[in-house]
Design a protein around this ligand. Structure first.
Ligand code: HGY
Ligand code: MN
Ligand code: MN
Length: 410
């Protein structure tokens, strides 16, 4: 019997080398690296006795038939795209662990009283177009066609990026799964936080996924000569942005359970001896309680407006993405927790500050999530790492979860 955990680690390693850039791991939506990744994963899926298809947005869907037609489908998955300078496990680990469980069924020539699907979602991070869950929103039928006009940093429209991978942008809003044949969705994912390490646990189940707001904020001042324009009367767009960034930090620090980040600032014209005329920054704000999050977003918008007005500048505010907080399904989570317990581990229910495709799939079927301990809680960082023995636990728990789900269907 192959060591499935070793195979999962090897495959995450192999996918970690499929990147758009040689020096770091970056795999944006509809990139050549995504095409190569889907090719590799599709081969592994076929070798596990699965049929494989790709939907209109490039989600990769492997299917392992059950005993009888029409007995429903239990779906697993996670995303195969990455952030920039990413780690190897955020996303791919969940796809590889689920695939390993199907591989085990295949090796035993075992069929369950339902089909099992493993999905590699095409875009969860939103790196290229600034809006997350593109893949899982199409899968869940929640895709917003207004996003088709979004442009990436090179001015390529989302609609053209979809066409570039052979998809039909006009079909995206109609390409969603009919949830009536789905029994549920379970996503295995690294915790991306330090709690499991502190608790000394390899895995936990997830209680809820925080809501998030992603907003592009801009300040517009006036370019000028850095050496001749007096400080008085300058309309420096970068100073306005800097003031705003500290207001973001102060807002999140003062609200329990809130995290807010400005992950990038771009300036124009971006020359050292020119007073910045324009800045654009990316705001990412999250909280488990939607009204709290929305109130903070509104208050930050008012603060941005005030900062701009006080400096004689204008401000821009573009909401790129809003997703509400999503609790996991109690029954499916209880089944997953039972699998953890039967393997001899204490059951912890952790909230997720990170967004996950499960938050979208929850629109059409019950969801559960399994967190896997990761070293130092580090993620979105090449130092991201997991222990093979924890991956082995995740495979055993997921296999046991499948067996318990099959027992329930008998
Ligand atoms: O940003 C997130 O929450 C996830 O990693 N996409
Ligand atoms: Mn991520
Ligand atoms: Mn992720």
């Amino acid at each position: 019997m192959t060591d499935l955990a070793a195979t999962v680690m090897e495959r995450c390693e192999a996918l970690g080398r499929v990147s758009e850039e040689p020096e770091l791991l970056v795999r944006p939506f509809a990139s050549e690296a995504m095409r190569r990744t889907n090719g590799l994963v599709a081969d592994w899926m076929r070798a596990a006795g699965m049929t494989v298809l790709s939907d209109e947005i490039g989600n990769l869907i492997g299917r392992y038939e059950g005993r009888d037609e029409g007995d429903g489908t239990l779906v697993f998955g996670s995303h195969l795209d990455t952030v920039r300078d990413a780690g190897k496990y955020d996303g791919p680990l969940g796809v590889m662990v689920a695939l390993a469980c199907v591989e085990r069924l295949h090796q035993r020539n075992e069929r369950l009283p339902f089909a099992v699907e493993v999905v590699g979602f095409a875009d969860e991070e939103g790196l290229r177009f600034g809006t997350t869950f593109l893949g899982s929103s199409v899968f869940a039928g929640t895709f917003d066609p207004r996003l088709l006009n979004l442009e990436d940093a090179d001015g390529v429209k989302l609609s053209d990026a979809v066409r570039s991978l052979g998809g039909d942008p006009d079909a995206l809003a109609k390409d969603g799964r009919d949830g009536s044949d789905l029994l549920g969705y379970c996503e295995v994912h690294i915790e991306q936080g330090p709690v499991l390490e502190r608790l000394g646990l390899p895995v936990s189940v997830v209680s809820a996924i925080a809501g998030q707001s992603r907003i592009s904020v801009g300040f517009v001042g006036e370019a000028g000569h850095a050496g001749t324009v007096p400080m008085e009367g300058r309309r420096d767009a970068l100073c306005a942005a800097a003031e705003f960034v500290l207001v973001v930090e102060e807002t999140a620090r003062s609200q329990p359970g809130m995290v807010a980040t400005v992950g990038y600032i771009t300036t124009h014209p971006g020359a050292g001896n020119v007073i910045p005329a324009e800045t654009t920054l990316g705001l990412d704000l999250r909280h488990g309680d939607d009204p709290v999050r929305q109130r903070s977003v509104q208050s930050l918008r008012e603060r941005a407006e005030g900062i701009a007005a006080a400096r004689g500048e204008e401000y821009r505010w573009q909401v790129r993405q809003e997703s509400h907080a999503v609790p996991t399904d109690p029954e499916l989570t209880a089944l997953l927790a039972r699998a953890v317990e039967e393997l001899g581990y204490r059951v912890e229910h952790l909230p997720s500050g990170a967004g996950h495709d499960a938050a979208q799939v929850a629109e059409i079927t019950p969801i559960a999530m399994l967190f896997v301990r990761c070293k130092g809680g580090i993620s979105h960082n090449p130092a991201e790492s997991v222990k093979q023995e924890d991956v082995a636990v995740a495979i055993e728990v997921t296999s046991r979860f499948l067996a318990l789900a099959a027992e329930e269907r008998r």
